[in-house]
Structures are given as structure tokens and as C-alpha cells.
Design a protein around this ligand. Structure first.
Ligand code: PRP
Ligand code: GUN
Length: 183
């Protein structure tokens, strides 16, 4: 569904910036250092979790100065909503994963259900190892933990740097918490 321009502007004006582009770029530098230490000699297969991880993947990859390959995996449970539902699989590259040191890259760890399903799928599909990294982790309980975390934020609905609000705002140059009235 499309957002009309008045609603789009109102949502943006009510949102609160929790992390600026500078904060996030510094977090990406830290993530790159941690991932280089873990995977620099492993020739990993990087799996971008579509769609939200496109921005973190694009910003992080040029910081990883070692041998790697890029593919994608697609499981989602929000689909434009602000509350998660059942996990839906759209692309599971089972053949590509077998025997690989996999790095799963996602934008956010919220309840952790998406990442838990993806890690389980990679193990079922015969990955040699599975490392997980997320740009943002919410300060709450998760079904599974991420190995590498960029930035921790309060438990509010966020958009920006790949994260959407009703399929918009993935291009916002920071992390913004949506006002309660818009959730
Ligand atoms: O930890 P969880 O509560 O499971 O939520 C995290 C997931 O939610 C978002 O995906 P979404 O289903 O919104 O799809 P998207 O990537 O297309 O935005 C995000 O990209 C994570 O993959
Ligand atoms: N855009 C967005 N997607 C999510 N998926 C799980 N939590 C969130 C969130 O806060 N924002």
C-alpha cells in the first residue's frame, strides 16, 4: 500500500532519531573489525537477509578486506507491518550453503525469531559454520543471539538504514523510532 505525502511527512516529523549516520558508520567500522577477526581466513559465503539487510550489506562489504562471496537468503515475518507474524520463506539457497562458512547479515535483531529460523536452516543445509551479524539489536529478550552487533537501541519500532515503516523509509540516513501514535 502507498503512503500519501502528507502521512509520510507527518510520520517523519514525529519520529525520533536514535542514531545518526555518523553513529552507524562508526558501528559498521567496529563490525568490520570483529568480522575480520572471526572470518578473515575462512573464505565465507555472506548471506544478505533480504530486504532489510541490503543497506548494511552494501555499507559493510567494502570494509571487509578479505576473500568472500555474496549471496542472499529471504525469510520475513513483518511484511510492512509493525508486529511480526509467521515466518515466510521466499528464497533458501540450500545447495550454495553446503560446506560453507556462512555469515548471515541482517539489519535488526528484535524478537530474534527470523534469525533463529535462518541459522537453523543454514545448519540443516550443511553449513560448515554459521556466524551472525546484525546492525541493530533491540534491548529486549531474543529467541537467539547475534555473534556481532553494531548498535543497541531501546525496544521501539525503527526505520532507516534499510529498515522500513510500511515499506517506506528504508533510505532514511539514520535510525529513527516511530512515534507510538504511528505504530
Ligand atoms: O527478530 P525478529 O522479530 O524476527 O525481526 C527481525 C526481522 O524483521 C525484519 O524483517 P522483515 O520481516 O520486516 O522483512 P524486511 O527485511 O523485508 O523488512 C528484519 O529485517 C529482520 O529480518
Ligand atoms: N523496520 C523494522 N523492522 C523490524 N523487524 C523487527 N523489528 C523491526 C523494527 O523495529 N523495524
Amino acid at each position: 500500500m502507498k503512503l500519501d505525502p502528507q502521512t509520510y511527512a507527518a510520520v517523519a516529523s514525529r519520529a525520533e532519531c536514535l542514531a545518526t549516520a555518523n553513529d552507524i558508520e562508526a558501528a559498521l567500522d567496529r563490525m568490520a573489525a570483529a568480522l575480520t577477526a572471526r572470518l578473515g581466513d575462512k573464505d565465507p559465503l555472506v548471506l544478505c537477509v533480504m530486504t532489510g539487510a541490503t543497506v548494511v550489506t552494501g555499507r559493510l562489504l567494502p570494509r571487509l578486506d578479505f576473500q568472500l562471496r555474496l549471496d542472499y537468503i529471504h525469510a520475513s515475518r513483518y511484511q510492512g507491518a509493525t508486529r511480526g507474524g509467521e515466518i515466510g520463506w521466499h528464497h533458501r539457497p540450500s545447495e550454495a550453503i553446503r560446506g560453507e562458512h556462512v555469515l548471515v547479515l541482517d539489519d535488526i535483531l528484535d524478537e530474534g525469531i527470523t534469525l533463529e529460523h535462518i541459522v537453523r536452516a543454514c545448519r540443516e543445509d550443511g553449513a560448515a559454520s554459521v556466524t551472525t551479524a546484525v546492525l541493530v539489536e533491540k534491548e529486549r529478550e531474543h529467541a537467539c543471539a547475534a555473534d556481532v552487533v553494531g548498535i543497541r537501541v531501546p525496544d521501539r519500532y525503527l526505520y532507516g538504514y534499510g529498515l522500513d515503516y510500511k515499506n517506506y523509509f528504508r533510505n532514511a540516513p539514520g535510525l529513527y523510532a516511530v512515534a507510538d501514535v504511528d505504530c
